[in-house]
Design a protein around this ligand. Structure first.
Ligand code: GLU
Length: 507
């Protein structure tokens, strides 16, 4: 039997790392075994639906390099792949009828107030919470008819068998037993006629011939209901794979505080999709050994369920940054420049960097300067980006790091000015440099080095520090940055003279 998996998101929000990890495991498992990956949109909860969210899901998957063989956008033998459309097509009604006729499901007519009262009673008396039958599980057909005649709004619930053990054979955790008396009767069909997740997902998993259901471990508690439903319909359940939650490095459940935002936010933040996919795959899965840096092809090659870890995965931002930096350095110069320029030009980037929590970084404006330079002096801009490559963690780092190349007057760090421009020899140094550079078109890296070394020797400096630091501050506004001689050569005589002159006024 060939592997068929499905990623089944509810379009209730843009996917985060947790959801996308499930999608990635589906994709990798299907690729590894040459199987089929299905995208199914679970949009029956109309109240929680967020318009545009399905587009974000598709965009997130594509950006990270995933694809699927069947889905709402590409059809397939089990279309439609949106549950709302499947509901319209009447796909779930027949199964509800079968369950009702067999007595494996029943109608229940409690009002929301009655259900709230029941819950309150259970809480006060410390009883298991949930619907274990109420008055309707054992109601007679005539009671049900009477309620329907009165026009009461009923739901359909699964009649979970009592007095037995329901066994979940989980691919990661192994055998888990549930006492069926502790499992409440879930709603399958809501009063408005919409199927719930319990019904729609299981019916679809069966009809779409899904072999492995990979989902978050928060669904373990519902698994016995799903197994009972499969049994009631006489179907064999798929293999369940409940992946553990993701935590922060502090051991707490992953949240925005840990930097868990929508996956699509990682793009304007400057992460490379290949780095993010690699990183996410390893949260809770290991290929064995110490392998860490893996392309999508290598991940697919190595991915089996055996490598999934039963302990919670850790979202370690430092590791992501390290990986991202690594992937940035793997890019060739042309590829790197293209990506930085594309990022700088994207409306998504300006939107992201103008958001309240990022606006103060000024990165949006710095990206605009980078874009402008890439248009007016592409060769200069490219060399600036390449020069900063070793120091970058994200593509967004290039905007602030290259800023001094692209503005006429870089902003000066007051501390650096105080420390390095007030020294007695500095005015003379700047004057001499300006004299040496004046009127020249360009100057090489070696010449820049020789200029500074010669000046140091001629003025009795044994160390180069008192020479290079003031020059760096004058040219870049800061004490840190790429190699000084390289950046001098790239800035060129005209820019250097202008900056030395401005700095001379302060010195
Ligand atoms: N629609 C469910 C969710 O987004 C999917 C769970 C599953 O994969 O079965 O949480």
């Amino acid at each position: 039997m060939s592997v068929r998996v499905r990623y089944a998101p509810s379009p209730t929000g843009s996917p985060h790392v947790g959801n996308i990890r499930t999608a990635l495991y589906d994709f990798l498992l299907a690729r590894h075994f040459g199987g089929v990956n299905v995208l199914r949109i679970e949009d029956t909860d109309r109240a929680r639906l967020i318009p545009g969210c399905e587009d974000d899901i598709v965009e997130s998957l594509h950006w990270l390099g995933m694809d699927w063989q069947e889905g709402p956008d590409r059809g397939g033998p089990f279309a439609p792949y949106r549950q709302s459309e499947r509901k319209e097509a009447g796909i779930y009604d027949g199964w509800i009828q079968v369950l009702l006729e067999r007595g494996d499901a029943y109608k229940a007519f409690e009002t929301p107030e009655e259900l709230a009262e029941m819950r309150e009673y259970q809480q006060i008396n410390k009883l298991p919470e949930g619907y274990f039958g109420g008055v309707w599980r054992d109601a007679s057909p005539s009671q049900v008819e009477a309620a329907e005649r009165e026009g009461k709004q009923g739901v359909v619930r699964l009649r979970v068998p009592r007095g037995r053990t329901i066994v979940l054979q989980d691919a990661i955790r192994g055998r888990i037993e549930f006492d069926s008396d502790t499992i409440d009767d879930p709603v399958l069909l809501k009063a408005d006629g919409m199927p719930t997740y319990h019904l729609a997902a299981m019916v679809d998993d069966h009809l779409m011939e899904i072999t492995h259901v990979i989902r978050g471990e928060e669904w373990i508690a519902s698994a016995p209901k799903h197994i009972a439903l499969f049994e009631a319909l006489g179907w064999t359940p798929p293999e369940f794979v409940h992946v553990p939650v993701i935590k922060g490095t502090d051991g707490k459940k992953l949240s925005k505080r840990h930097g868990d935002t929508a996956v699509l936010d990682f793009r304007p933040a400057g992460y490379l999709p290949e780095a993010l996919a690699n990183f996410i795959a390893l949260i809770g899965w290991s290929p064995g050994g110490n392998r860490e840096l893996m392309s999508m092809d290598e991940l697919a090659e190595a991915f089996t369920l055996d490598g999934l870890q039963p302990s919670s995965g850790v979202f370690d931002r430092e590791k992501l940054d390290w990986m991202n930096g690594h992937y940035i350095r793997e890019l060739d110069s042309e590829g790197l420049f293209e990506r930085v320029v594309a990022l700088a030009a994207s409306p998504e980037t300006s939107e992201y960097w103008s958001r309240e929590d990022h606006a103060s970084t000024g990165v949006g404006l710095k990206f605009a300067h980078l874009s402008e330079a890439a248009r007016s002096e592409p060769e200069y801009a490219r060399e600036a980006v390449v020069l900063l490559r070793e120091r970058a963690t994200t593509l967004a780092d290039f905007a602030p790091a290259c800023e001094f190349f692209f503005v006429e007057d870089p902003s000066m760090d007051p501390k650096a000015v105080e420390k390095w421009l007030r020294l007695d020899h500095v005015p003379g140094l700047f004057e001499d440099m300006m004299t040496a550079l004046q009127g020249r078109d360009r100057v090489s890296v070696e010449e820049c080095e020789a200029l500074l070394r010669d000046w140091a020797a001629a003025h009795g400096f044994e160390k180069l520090g008192p020479i290079v630091h003031p020059i760096r501050v004058a040219l870049t506004g800061s004490t840190v940055g790429p190699g000084l001689f390289e950046l001098m050569a790239l800035l060129g005589p005209r820019r250097m003279c202008h900056r030395l002159q401005e700095a001379r006024k302060i010195a």
